[in-house]
Design a binder for this molecule. Structure first.
Ligand code: LMR
Length: 393
């Protein structure tokens, strides 16, 4: 007997585990709408031109690969901070950004940091939310509860959300999706965000924005509305950024955690705590992806190219939504909502049995929650997806 003898098999991850099942499926006509990855019209993960050029510049002046600072690449962190706060100097002066391992790694560092500052705080996530939110904050030792957000019968349950936030204890950590809510694709309006900010201020909640899809909704600046609006209320705030989707840099794990303090002195103390968290989790982050992203964000011509390419991806997803809704019209279930949702995902309202049947009978992979990644639909696979959905209604 050893400590390993009775270890039980853990369940597969609901999202990345689905990719494992997809990869091992031998059917050639299979379609992966499980994981949130943008695929181009040819069904490929694109290499953005801005990233190609940024990489060439970086490699043409390759530096020795020593350790990075604990908080990562300074030029990258400054560029991320400017992106998060839309270049607002006042906010940038009292905020710190640390390089993170993608969006998830940035959330995890933020969770560790908050656990140190307020170990007894509760975490509130939306119903539903990205599956890993609950797992990640629970693993860090928090009690995770939920606030009402979306109900299949009412749609966005904003009244329920406000009621739940108003009942939260001071210090509660509130996980918010800045834009392109994952998994539903339903976002708050500007007026609703203002109302949430007022509750956050009054109830002394701690907003933690997951901003993994900046640019995929309306645009970079508009998608940051909630973050810049909340900052006006002088509340302590955290923002997790990811370039996995927006620069198509999934495997490089390029993200960042930005924390807004009250003034520059407070921000410096917060940074010192973040550095201890990072040092004990993974010491310091990798340099390659952050250097490429820093080139893209800092060079005006690459930045312009990035925005154009990002908006092309956004527009292709919107077109795929239109095509999907049109092809699904006339079925017993109304799918016109697909065009109202934003971002990579559509929450179809299909149940786990229906999603399983789509996988088993049609090799069309979505999540058991009913979420499908519209950003992976193209002219070659759309009819297969529509046939799969129609067959399970
Ligand atoms: C998703 O929601 O599918 C993506 O954010 C990928 C992931 O890490 O879960």
């Amino acid at each position: 007997m050893t400590i390993f003898t009775d270890v039980e098999m853990s369940p597969k991850d609901p999202i990345l585990g689905m990719t494992e099942a997809f990869v091992s499926d031998s059917r050639t006509e299979k379609v992966n709408l499980g994981v949130g990855v943008y695929l181009n019209a040819q069904g490929k993960v694109p290499i953005l031109d801005c990233v190609r050029q940024g990489t060439q510049r970086y490699l043409s002046d390759l530096k020795p690969c020593s350790y990075q600072p604990i908080d990562g690449l300074a030029a990258y962190n400054a560029a991320v901070r400017a992106l998060v706060f839309n270049r607002n100097d006042d906010l940038m002066a009292r905020a710190v950004t640390v390089q993170g391992l993608g969006g998830t790694g940035s959330l995890r560092v933020g969770a560790q940091f908050l656990k140190q500052l307020n170990p007894d705080a509760k975490v509130l996530i939306s119903t539903p939310s990205w599956e890993n939110h609950e797992a990640l904050f629970a693993r860090t030792g928090f009690t995770v509860e939920s606030y009402r957000y979306y109900d299949a019968n009412v749609g966005l349950d904003f009244a329920g959300m406000l009621e739940d936030l108003n009942a939260a204890d001071p210090g509660t950590i509130l996980i918010l999706h800045a834009r392109c809510h994952n998994p539903t694709g339903y976002d708050l309006t500007a007026e609703q965000w203002v109302q949430v900010a007022e509750v956050v201020k009054e109830r002394e909640l701690v907003p933690f924005f997951d901003m993994a899809y900046q640019g995929f909704g309306t645009g970079i600046e508009a998608d940051g509305f909630a973050v810049t609006e909340f900052a006006k209320y002088d509340v302590p705030m955290l923002v997790a950024t990811s370039f996995s989707k927006s620069m198509s840099l999934y495997g490089e794990r390029v993200g960042g955690l930005t924390v807004l303090g009250n003034d520059a002195d407070e921000a410096a103390r917060l940074l010192s705590v973040l550095k201890v968290c990072i040092r004990t989790l993974y010491s310091n982050p990798p340099s390659y992806g952050a250097n490429i992203a820093a080139q893209v964000l800092s060079d005006p011509s690459l930045r312009q190219l990035w925005e154009a390419e990002l908006y092309q991806m956004r527009d292709r997803i919107k077109a795929a939504r239109g095509d999907l809704a049109a092809k699904l019209s006339g079925l017993p279930k109304d799918f016109s909502f697909v065009t109202e949702q934003a971002g990579l995902f559509s929450y179809t309202g299909l149940n786990p049995d229906q999603m399983r049947a789509m996988r088993e009978n049609h090799a069309v992979y979505g999540l058991d929650s009913g979420r499908i990644c519209v950003a992976a639909i193209n002219d070659d696979n759309i009819d297969r997806v529509v046939a799969a959905i129609a067959s399970v209604l």
